[in-house]
Write a protein that binds this ligand. Structure first.
Ligand code: 0A1
Ligand code: ZN
Length: 894
């Protein structure tokens, strides 16, 4: 039987601690199976809590060797232990005591990758959210900010490099082949930002000057064989520094900034002060092993972690409910950075399109990952009200929807107003642990605005529906736009308040040109795009001075994270696909048109793909005035995860059949056009990562995939030739992805050749695993994907203890291949339960991420629900279920 349910933590229960920590001096004697941690800290009474109450420390998976206060062991009555919580009474009136605690940990046995662990013989840490308590006893909460000094003592041979946060004070040799290094972080920081690394690594180094002329040392630390793959990460770091200086006036505050790559890591990367630790996936890149998309991801993750230095580290979160304070804001900052980088590379002519391409990418992620979360049992506001396990709340809602909320503030206040708000935020809160209210208050105060109603975005979950309808009055030349909003109920939130929704819109005239917008009562027409702020359940806006009935283009640039409900017939969608001046909405019109066709076909109400759609699609395909990267977006189908969410009853099999049908149709009726496009999109010369080249390669790869889907022999020959001759990973993998769509000898030979070539390259093998796990069945003869996934688990390169491998093989299958995962025989569901249970025993965070693949099971067909339920129940009943998995599965079943 399962042990009792994890307690639920409530946001409203926040209380400051009675005792806080001023300084902490840590000493690590690093040994793989028995590391001794000596922790001496100065604990002080917290004025915010009137200093009444015991010292509270958390410790987990620690063997305590000794504990003393001012040199004296506390009496038995003064020390209480309850699970991971340790309470110590201080009887006297002291304002400050020195607490020393010595503990032993076993990094080698730590398979959770939280706390101190080993990866390929080196020591690494991960402390967010609550990993520090797995290293030593500490008041492990973000509102406790202390000054850290750290001494590392390790075997010189095994761990020649010893790193921690801040500045290196001293280093030297010790007896018995050991050595040490002492680090001091000059800034106050919460424990979740602590890090150490002791490993055999080498660094790419650069010395640069900050805007104010301070010299700083930048380092990217990797295993020796990877030194030729660090350049791009380093360039990205320097670009990020410059961008934050010019955009927000924020400079690097340390003398040294380090990035360390590690192959075993639960998440993408971690912003530890001055010592960012990264999943290798987001550091290493060279043309032969990384695709254009990998290059883009490295740039944005490096930027994200770097930007945290101000938004997260200098100003941090008071408690974990405020996570979006740092994450939503930092995602918004990295999105803006990437957009600016793309726009700069594209030049003035192409900047708008380049920005739109980035926006489309971000919205795709939001729709595919966050919208389903908002419609399921784990739905939560960007600032949740409760949680059982905080690690389950590093979600698309907190991150991506959180970034959308910040973006709306940016839209409503304008770039200058937003910058003023940021300046005020730092002037008030630098060095502090604060709340989302503090952030929005600073924005409001700096702009003289009332943002009280805006705060509902922080407290309400669910994806709002924005309904729009237009009425044309020919006699007066006016167009009345009626906008209304409603948010469907979500678990625990039946009633919703109206939100402030910025609606950017334009009106397109019959000639395809935007009309100058003039609202009734305004003296003259103004801009062609403007932002209306909808702030009640329903509002009407009357535009005047129009010569003919316009076509509305709403929510331009996706100005709010909502679902737009607007009746548009096919002709209108085709018109906007051709004419909308807002590139985002032009793309969105194509998405809406394909969505309509796919859902009609999945619902059995459509026999043939409408000619008009093919014609509109062909026009985009052949429009050489459009940037290739934009065309690649516009010619891609909506994400399966988003489409499933759009079905009233989610039927992954029917959806997959519809997607296969439409893709194949577009591949075959446009085969000639695709081949011509492929030829036109060749990029001559040596590979360089540049957005313009990347756009051409993306479009060429897309052409191959459509051709392969249609079984076009010429197209397959092109793919084979490209695969054989490729000089970079983007082309090689693009060709492989096309070849892999057609079962048979060519597919297997290509997969085999790729495997052979990259046998010693774990990150490239991840792509190989993911490609097969994500495979669709384009013919009835093809093998069920579950069988291949099963077989691949026995590949020597696969390992359940490496998160990247699990995400590539199992994660892709469970979370990005609904059509195969939900095979009617239920084999996928049984396999899912087996793997979640296995992972739960070693790495609850990874297990929980896999578990989430079935949380929306109640939206599926009755047959699928009948197949899934017993598997959810089997997991819930599993021996030793972690709070992480228990929360997800418990909520799914409740
Ligand atoms: N703060 C990091 C992500 C991160 C979160 C949790 C982790 O362990 C549970 C690890 C990393 C970021 O936003 O990049
Ligand atoms: Zn982050």
């Amino acid at each position: 039987m399962r042990t009792e349910q994890a307690p639920t933590i409530q946001r409203v229960d926040y209380q400051p601690l009675a005792w806080s920590v001023e300084r902490i001096d840590l000493h690590f004697r690093l040994e793989p199976t028995g590391t001794i941690v000596t922790n001496r800290m100065v604990c002080v009474r917290n004025p915010a809590a009137a200093g009444v109450g015991p010292i509270r420390l958390w410790g987990e998976a620690l063997e305590r060797i000794s504990l003393s206060i001012d040199g004296v062991e506390p009496s038995a009555g003064a020390l209480r232990e309850n699970g991971s919580l340790l309470e110590i009474d201080v009887a006297g009136p002291e304002q400050s005591v020195t607490l020393e605690v010595v503990t032993r940990v076993n990094p080698k046995a730590n398979t959770t990758l939280s706390g101190l662990y080993l990866s390929n013989g080196g020591f690494f840490t991960q402390c967010e959210a609550e990993g520090f308590r797995r290293i030593t006893c500490f008041p492990d909460r973000p509102d406790v900010m202390a000054r850290f000094t750290v001494t590392l003592d390790a075997d010189r041979e095994a761990c020649p490099v010893l790193l921690s946060n801040g500045n290196l004070l001293e280093q030297g040799d010790l007896p018995d082949g050991r050595h040490y290094a002492k680090w001091e972080d000059p800034f106050l920081k919460p424990s979740y930002l602590f890090a150490l690394v002791a490993a055999k690594l080498v660094a790419l180094e650069r010395e640069v000057e900050t805007a104010s002329g301070r010299k700083v040392l930048l380092q990217v630390w990797v295993e020796e064989g990877n030194l030729d793959r660090c350049e791009h990460a380093m360039d990205s770091l320097i670009h990020s520094m410059r961008w934050d200086e010019t955009t927000f006036g924020l400079e690097l505050d340390l003398d040294r900034f380090m990035i360390v790559a590690v192959a075993d890591f639960n998440m993408g990367a971690m912003e530890n002060k001055g010592l960012n630790i990264f999943n290798t996936k987001f550091v290493l890149a060279k043309p032969d092993t990384a695709t254009d998309i990998d290059y883009e991801n490295v740039e944005s993750v490096v930027a994200h972690e770097y930007f945290h230095n101000w938004t997260g580290n200098r100003v941090t979160c008071r408690d974990w409910f405020q996570l979006t304070l740092k994450e939503g804001l930092t995602v918004f900052r990295d999105q803006q950075f990437s957009a600016d980088m793309l726009a700069r590379a594209a030049g003035p002519e192409g900047a708008a399109s380049a920005r739109a391409v980035k926006r489309i990418d971000d919205v795709r992620v939001l729709r595919a990952a966050q919208f389903p979360e908002d419609g399921g049992p784990m739905a939560h506001p960007i600032r949740p009200d409760s949680y059982q396990e905080i690690n389950n709340f590093y979600t698309a809602t907190v991150y991506e929807k959180g970034a959308e909320v910040i973006r709306m503030l940016h839209t409503l206040l304008g770039p200058e107003g937003f910058r003023n708000g940021m300046d005020l935020y730092f002037s008030y809160h630098d060095g502090c642990a604060v709340t989302c209210d503090d952030f929005v208050d600073a924005m409001a105060e700096a702009n003289g605005r009332d943002l009280d109603q805006f705060m509902h975005w922080y407290s309400q979950s669910g994806t709002p529906r924005l309904r729009a309808a237009g009425a044309w009055d020919a006699a007066s030349g006016s167009y009345t736009l009626s906008l209304s909003q409603h948010t469907p109920p979500t678990p625990g939130e039946a009633e919703k308040q109206p939100l402030v929704i910025p609606v950017a819109l334009g009106l397109i005239g019959p000639d395809g040109r935007d009309c100058a917008l003039q609202l009734e009562g305004e003296a003259q027409p103004g801009a062609t795009t403007r932002v209306l702020a909808l702030n009640s359940a329903e509002q009407h806006f009357r535009f005047v001075g129009l010569a003919a009935e316009p076509v509305p283009s709403l929510l331009r640039g996706f100005s709010a994270p909502v679902i737009l409900e607007l009746d548009e017939d096919d002709a209108r969608l085709a018109f906007r696909m051709a004419h909308d001046s807002d590139p985002f909405n032009r793309w969105d019109a194509a998405q809406r048109y394909s969505e309509r066709i796919i859902l009609a076909s999945a619902g059995g109400t459509m026999q043939a793909v409408p000619e008009a759609f093919v014609a509109a699609f062909r026009t985009l395909l052949e429009d050489t005035a459009l940037d290739p990267a934009f065309r690649a977006q516009a010619l891609s189908m909506p994400a399966e995860g988003f489409l499933l969410e759009r079905m009233s009853v989610a039927d992954p099999q029917a959806l997959r059949a519809a997607l296969v049908g439409l893709t194949r149709h577009l591949g075959s009726v446009l085969a000639g056009e695709w081949r011509a496009l492929f030829a036109a999109m060749q990029v001559p010369g040596e590979y360089r990562y540049h957005p313009a080249d990347a756009g051409r390669r993306a479009l060429a790869n897309l052409a191959l995939r459509y051709l392969a889907a249609a079984g076009d022999a010429e197209g397959l020959a092109l793919a084979q030739a490209r695969f054989d001759a490729a000089t970079n990973m983007t082309e090689r993998f693009g060709a492989l992805a096309a070849l892999a769509q057609v079962s048979g000898a060519a597919r297997e030979a290509a997969l085999q050749a790729f495997h052979q070539r990259y046998l010693k390259d774990p990150l490239v093998l991840d792509k190989w695993f993911a490609l097969q796990a994500g495979a669709w069945r384009w013919s009835d003869a093809a093998e069920p994907t579950v069988e291949r996934v099963h077989a691949l688990m026995s590949d020597p390169a696969f390992s359940l203890s490496n998160p990247n491998k699990v995400y590539a093989l199992l994660g892709t299958f469970f979370r990005a291949n609904a059509g195969e995962f939900h095979a009617a025989d239920g084999s996928g569901h049984v396999f899912w339960a087996d793997q979640v249970i296995a992972l739960n025993a070693t790495n609850p965070q990874v297990a929980s991420r896999m578990a989430r693949a079935l949380e929306n099971w109640r939206r599926y067909t009755p047959e699928l629900q009948a197949s899934i339920r017993p598997q959810l129940e089997r997991v819930l009943a599993a021996e030793g279920l972690s709070p992480d998995v228990a929360e997800v599965v418990g909520k799914a079943l409740s």
